[in-house]
Design a protein around this ligand. Structure first.
Ligand code: COA
Length: 260
């Protein structure tokens, strides 16, 4: 499928989705959010895709935020709708995918950009990356899950400071905070994503999807994560991947997971 603002390329089990509006620092306008939804949905349904990597085109930005020019004259009702639609189409959608999503932060990840990276299952960054939630400097607050996911990832006090100051942190500070898992020079960012993806791909994709669901359950209101874990654990015993994984171990050979 071809898109106007997004590139999607599948190779060796990895679908790399690249946000492609470099002249606007990959800012998320409505069209890009809709295209990203389609690209993630397509990759998640594709049996060949075992891991999804999301990154930004160019050396400067992952995503410099929601497209400010699109919402500058919104009223209260439209503001609420913007956040609700974006969360459903992209941010919650990505967080709940069964296919692992790695955000490769290659530059500025601000506002909606950092929120997208935080919706991914984990993050790696180039040493040039800068991250922040600058919304209060525009008279608004993060609306794509940032007030919820940032404290989950780095703790309430640090999140409060980042949001209130509207400041940016560099990649090494983000690593100290636990916001990103690894920091590497820019040219090593996608190779590192591929290296991690290839380790993930050796394992059962079905079990990984269930593990994502169980881990996410810890952060959902009204859901008991331990009960979700029990359900998902039990469900694994009915899968072909479980049969293959345990049989291969007992036969002292490498598992060839059917992904079912
Ligand atoms: N929405 C819309 N357009 C954006 C954008 C955004 N969030 N971020 C950058 N752009 C556009 C700029 O308007 C500019 O477009 P133009 O060349 O047509 O004028 C282009 O991208 C390049 O950005 P520019 O500001 O010239 O680059 P810079 O290197 O001087 O500054 C940033 C980089 C990231 C510091 C700056 O672009 C910025 O502060 N962006 C907004 C960040 C933000 O507040 N995001 C949260 C939104 S809720």
């Amino acid at each position: 499928m071809t898109y106007e603002n997004v590139l999607s390329n599948t190779q060796n089990g990895i679908t790399t989705i690249t946000i492609n509006r470099p002249t606007k620092l990959n800012a998320l306008n409505k069209a890009t959010i809709e295209e990203l939804h389609k690209a993630f949905d397509t990759a998640n349904k594709d049996a060949e895709t075992k891991v999804i990597v999301i990154t930004g085109n160019g050396e400067k930005a992952f995503v410099a935020g929601a497209d400010i020019s699109e919402f500058a004259n919104f009223d209260v009702a439209n503001g609420g709708k913007l956040a609700a639609k974006g969360q459903a189409l992209l941010f919650d959608f990505v967080e709940n995918l069964e296919t692992p999503v790695i955000a490769a932060i290659n530059g500025f990840a601000l506002g909606g950009g950092l929120e997208l990276a935080m919706a991914a299952h984990f993050r790696i960054a180039s040493d040039t990356a800068k991250m922040g939630l600058p919304e209060v400097s525009l008279g608004v607050i993060p609306g794509y899950g940032g007030t919820q996911r940032l404290p989950q990832l780095i703790g309430k006090g640090r999140a409060m400071e980042m949001v209130m100051t509207a400041g940016m942190i560099d990649a090494n500070t983000a690593k100290d905070y636990g916001l990103v898992n690894h920091v590497v020079p820019q040219e090593e960012l996608l190779p590192l994503a591929e290296k991690i993806a290839s380790k993930i791909m050796r394992n059962s994709s079905v079990a990984i999807g269930k593990a994502i669901k169980a881990i996410n359950a810890n952060y959902k209101d009204g859901v008991n994560g331990f009960e979700t874990e029990i359900e998902q654990f039990g469900a694994c015993f009915g899968t072909a991947d479980f049969k293959e994984g345990t049989t291969a171990f007992l036969e002292k050979r490498k598992a060839e997971f059917p992904g079912k």
